[in-house]
Ligand binder design. Sequence first.
Ligand SMILES: [Zn+2]
Length: 97
Amino acid sequence: MRIPCPYCGLRDAHEFSYLGDATVSRPAPDMPDAQEAFFHYVYLRENPAGAHEELWYHAAGCRQWLVVSRDTRTHEISGASFARAPKADASHAEVKP
Ligand SMILES: [Zn+2]
């Protein structure tokens, strides 16, 4: 599997570390059901068959966190973007394989 890094170009997946689902967001600690929300945030994940947004870290490259759009059935990657917008020029922040 090859991942299109916005900085480095198309690179082998072995250069990256997988973190997980990019669609979950950290709950506010002061919300009324924060304990249960944090349990779901930390331990419970969906296991979708199909299109999925994932966090990948380019450890052997630019050391940026990426959001990679991947089909979990075929491993086809439809795009990648920075998890956070870079501070400089963000015009190349979205790439397609
Ligand atoms: Zn990179």
